[in-house]
Design a protein around this ligand. Structure first.
Ligand code: GLA
Length: 708
């Protein structure tokens, strides 16, 4: 028997175990009052197994005891040589901390057991509260940190990370998994052997970023996986430092570059949530846990599945107007689309990307009657209506900028660097935040809008605030906090509103954003073979239910070659299916194919969006295979993709995972006779999936509900 899920405590020895279904985490307090990490891994059976918290012996004069102690929140100060999570400067210029244990309290946050531990500085009135929240069912441990200045003089925080995680000593080979990319090629999995030293992932330009995602996982030689992800949508840093003896420490938080937080007397700074977990069952186990955790505890509407959408961007670009959008909407409704989204181009003087951002009112030339008739037209056809906005930005050619040129980040004697012809609004300012709330609130009040695509199409530069130069170190954090506050306010005032997060594709799909948005636009690259790699990467974190994926036209600008329409559909059906192609140009045959796959998707949506996703193959040898399983085994779907078949070699059988061994699965693939197998056979031997003999072949196999 292992420890029951929840918080276990041995008061005498001052140790705590945070027990989850298939993992445990433990910490304790040393006689000196340091909070020591004791354990992270498979479940514990008995608290008595944990060692007494204690200082390790010094190894040498150069490696004093404190430098060898794995602390839960190692602050900069004293003889600490390793990774640190907090740096503060006191009014008398003392810039070191000495945090000691004060008290610990178990609580519940919703249905999650939690533990808070308060640390106090030994000499200054500064306290740090470490918060641990357990998703016991999914082995995800969320940490947040609250730093309070209880004194009468200001303190300046120079780093305030969300936590430190100490992994047990691991023998080689162990691997670090990260995601890297760029615009149009986001989230590609990188794997490297871990060697002593530090790997740092970061974002420094105001948004989560395309180059890197705030997640890392470490895979041991036997395939166990530890992962950490940070729920923050601005500048962030994740560092993994491995010592020569094989221990790795990860720290994560808001980037300390350009960060200097004035903590006024009585004020508290809260560092964002970081979510970590352990999976003895490896990468797929880690994926399942994060997906389930996100589905249950992060997305704002856990019970809701996402509708099939169509989006105007690639069909009509900026040339949206009432007739073109009504025609597109008719076509979309005819094939079973449920949410019609009008993308960029609908607002004042927006004929290209060089004007209009900031003026969130319908362009009277394109929409002489306002948006009302179009929205009514869409609603009359049984679809929801969605609209694109980019609220954090302004074009210099806009009424907003002409009225408030001081509302963008800038330095008085530097040019304001435009990118995509736009500047970033200084959202750290309360008046700018309030203006955006009012403008969007008016838009949503005047129009029956069900959905916003919230975009963010350039990085920060010249991050200055000439009126408040002393607040410069707060800007990047305030910006994100105010984006969150605006979205939260709008959702509260318009409870029917759903939101898609987008930043030139997948530039901002961290869990801070997904806590308040319903889906993410994963990449502007919809070329299906590229999308397979991108979706495989981001699927280490995000479940299918939030991954926006469109079927677009080929050949086209970014996709110079033809891809079979079935293949394009199957790739988009891995996530939240959408149509991005120009439906006005689709042939009757293509529309019939679309109608067919949308109907199939709507039938399979519960298992795709709310089931468990497993990547049986992720592009190795040009083959991808993705399994979706309902947790009660009532539904099963398998998508198989092959990029080419140079040698005319049939694919091996795909061994399915986690099925009920004795259950009989009635398997259906179009164009093939139905087959019935037990779960044991499908897991042990696997399923042959015949593919058409073409380039970019794909198939969808699923468990027929009309069982014979
Ligand atoms: C970004 C988005 C696209 C589209 C355009 C509109 O690039 O990623 O999907 O909305 O902006 O300008």
């Amino acid at each position: 028997m292992t420890l029951e899920p929840g918080i276990h405590h041995d008061a005498e020895r001052r140790v705590w175990a945070l027990a989850m279904a298939q993992s445990a985490y433990a910490l304790g307090v040393t006689p000196e009052g340091f909070v020591q990490h004791l354990y992270w891994g498979p479940p514990l059976a008995d608290l008595a197994d944990l060692p007494d918290p204690s200082m390790p012996p010094a190894r040498s004069g150069q490696e004093p005891a404190l430098s060898l102690l794995p602390e839960e929140y190692p602050a900069w100060g004293g003889l600490r040589l390793g990774e640190t999570t907090l740096r503060a400067v006191f009014a008398d210029s003392t810039r070191e901390l000495d945090l000691r244990f004060a008290e610990a309290t178990p609580r519940r946050v919703g249905d999650q057991p939690s533990l808070t531990i308060v640390l106090r500085d030994a000499a200054y009135p500064l306290s740090v509260t470490l918060e641990y929240r357990l998703d016991t069912a999914h082995d995800c441990l969320t940490r947040a940190v609250h730093i309070t200045n209880a004194g009468t003089e200001p303190v300046r925080l120079e780093r305030a990370f969300s936590g430190a995680w100490h992994l047990p000593r691991m023998l080689a080979p162990r691997h670090l998994l990260t995601l890297a990319g760029q615009w149009g090629g986001e989230m590609r999995l990188q794997q490297q052997p871990i060697v002593p030293g530090t790997t740092m992932l970061e974002a420094r330009h105001g948004l989560t970023g395309h180059q890197s995602y705030p997640w890392m996982a470490i895979e041991s030689a036997v395939g166990e996986v530890y992962f950490v992800t940070l729920a923050w949508s601005g500048n962030w840093a994740l560092r993994a430092t491995t010592e020569i003896m094989g221990t790795t420490t990860i720290v994560a938080g808001i980037h300390d570059l350009d960060f200097a937080w004035p903590l006024a007397p009585g004020a508290t700074f809260t560092a964002p949530d970081a979510i970590a977990g352990f999976a003895a069952d490896g990468r797929e186990g880690a994926r399942h846990r994060l997906h389930a955790h996100i589905g249950a505890h992060i997305v704002p509407q856990p019970q809701e599945l996402r509708p099939v959408l169509s989006n105007s961007w690639e069909a009509t670009l900026f040339a949206v107007d009432e007739p073109s959008q009504m025609q597109l909407a008719d076509q979309a409704a005819g094939i079973g689309v449920e949410l019609f989204v009008m993308d960029d181009g609908w607002f004042l003087r927006r004929t290209w990307d060089d004007a209009g951002l900031g003026d969130w009112i319908p362009d009277p030339v394109k929409f002489p009657r306002g948006l009302g008739p179009l929205i009514q037209h869409v609603h009359d056809r049984g679809m929801l209506f969605g609209l694109w906005v980019e609220p954090e930005m302004v074009n210099p050619d806009s009424d907003l900028y002409r009225a408030h040129p001081d509302w963008v980040y800038h330095f008085p004697r530097r040019p304001r660097s435009a990118s995509r012809n736009q500047l970033v609004l200084n959202l750290a300012r309360d008046d700018v935040r309030d203006h955006i709330v009012a403008a969007l609130d008016d838009l949503l009040t005047d129009n029956a809008i069900d959905f916003l695509k919230w975009d963010m199409n350039r990085p920060f530069s010249e991050v200055g605030w000439p009126d408040q130069p002393e607040r410069i170190g707060e800007i990047a954090v305030r910006h994100v906090e105010h984006v969150y506050a605006i979205i939260d306010t709008l959702r509260q005032r318009h409870p029917q509103l759903r939101i898609e997060t987008c930043a030139s594709g997948g530039g901002r799909m961290d869990l801070g954003m997904l806590r308040r948005t319903d889906e993410a636009w994963v990449s502007d690259n919809t070329r299906p073979d590229a999308r397979l790699a991108i979706q495989a990467g981001i699927s280490h974190i995000l479940p299918a239910r939030v991954q926006g994926a469109w079927v677009t036209d080929t050949p086209a600008l970014l996709r110079r070659q033809e891809f079979p329409l079935d293949f394009r559909f199957h790739v988009a059906m891995l996530g939240v299916l959408g149509i991005g192609g120009n439906l006005l140009a689709w042939s009757d045959d293509e529309l019939a194919t679309a109608r067919h796959w949308i109907a199939v998707y709507r039938d399979l949506r519960p298992v795709i969006q709310a089931g468990e996703q497993t990547w049986l193959a992720s592009g190795e040898d040009g083959v991808s295979a993705v399994q979706y399983r309902a947790l009660d085994n009532s539904q099963l779907a398998l998508f198989v993709f092959r990029l080419g078949d140079r040698f005319q070699e049939a694919l091996p059988p795909f061994r399915l995972r986690d099925l009920a061994p004795a259950q009989r699965y009635h398997i259906r693939q179009e164009g093939q006779p139905d087959q019935t197998f037990t779960g044991s056979w499908l897991m042990g031997h696997g399923l042959y999936v015949p593919l058409p003999d073409i380039h970019f072949a794909s198939a969808l196999v699923f468990q027929s509900l009309n069982r014979a």
